[in-house]
Write a protein that binds this ligand. Structure first.
Ligand SMILES: [Zn+2]
Length: 315
């Protein structure tokens, strides 16, 4: 059996899977992402690969090809993640070189995480030749397959849609340093702060002063009759709909597949209102909008598909 490797390097979790050419998974491993140094992150990735290989009872050197989906930004020239905003003390995470050495193969593909997931939706799913994978998670990002081509961009950073300006009037600042960006309103990291911004003394069950308030609590409260929380969720839906409509106008997908913790945990409050608004916002064809079937495994499955197909997702 030819052995393929997929790796998802996220801001909080590293996942590695080993599988065959058909994408059947023989072994896997999951670990926390170190927040200390780039070298520590690289070592943790290599450890996760060794553990996934051990789980599948194969040697790392038996791996024919590997795919990596990583939270960007990427430098594909050197095969590394550079200055990831979600890991502030980490400057440079070499990935391709160390994996080439461990796995004794030159066949390594590196995509940003959402692009890897798009490759997976194409290979494993029924997303077809025109699809966008949208992640609404700690941040917001996308991967696009257009006319059967996986869009990477010359620098590997295509479809960084979280930094689309949805609100030019806004003073809400984004982790990237810009203002009015989609992510600054709707990502998991920003929804709690956005709720604090909007609060003007209304009665609410939300502990707005609690620094540990998270997006899930805001969405949960909206379902329990908290009218302030419901109004925040409605504002978030409005920005999400503008963002998705922009993505549709840019890439003309037949399907927008959505993943990421924020969307997965509350699909009814995140996706349903966007689906309702899209026909009013999109002047071209309105795509199907649905949740990924692969849950938290969407990126690592995509990385495996990328390894199997050399980054194309073609079956
Ligand atoms: Zn931004």
């Amino acid at each position: 059996m030819a052995t393929y490797l997929g790796v998802d390097l996220g801001a909080t979790t590293i996942r590695a899977v080993v599988g065959d050419r058909a994408g059947r998974i023989a072994g896997s491993h999951r670990a926390r992402t170190p927040t200390t140094t780039g070298v520590a992150v690289t070592e943790a990735v290599l450890d996760a690969v060794r553990a996934a290989c051990a789980d599948a009872d194969v040697a790392p050197a038996a791996v024919v090809a590997a795919g990596v989906g990583a939270a960007g930004p990427l430098d594909p020239g050197v095969g590394a993640v550079v200055e990831p905003p979600n890991l502030p003390s980490v400057d440079h995470v070499p990935l391709v070189g160390p994996l080439e050495t461990l796995c004794s193969t030159g066949r390594i593909t590196l995509h940003n995480d959402a692009t890897a997931a798009a490759v997976g939706e194409r290979f494993f799913g029924d997303g077809g030749e025109n699809l966008v994978y949208l992640t609404i998670s700690t941040g917001i990002g996308a991967g696009a397959v257009v006319d059967d081509n996986v869009l990477s961009g010359w620098d590997g950073n295509a479809a960084e849609v979280g930094h689309i300006t949805v609100d030019p009037e806004s003073r809400r600042s984004c982790g990237c340093g810009g203002t009015g960006h989609w992510e600054a309103y709707c990502s998991g990291a920003n929804v709690p702060d956005y709720a604090r911004d909007l609060h003007a003394g209304e009665t609410t069950t939300l502990p707005l002063d609690d620094p540990d308030l998270d997006a899930a609590a805001v969405f949960d409260a909206a379902g329990t009759g908290d009218t302030f929380a419901a109004s925040v969720v409605d504002r978030v839906a409005r920005w999400n709909a503008i963002g998705v409509a922009t993505v549709v106008h840019a890439y003309a997908p037949r399907t927008v597949v959505v993943g990421g913790g924020v969307a997965r945990n509350h699909p009814d409050r995140v996706l349903d209102p966007v689906r309702e608004r899209l026909p009013d916002l999109v002047v071209t064809n309105v795509p199907e909008l649905r949740l990924t079937r692969f849950g938290a495994e969407a990126v690592v499955r995509g990385a495996l598909a990328s390894a199997i197909t050399g980054g194309t997702g073609e079956r």
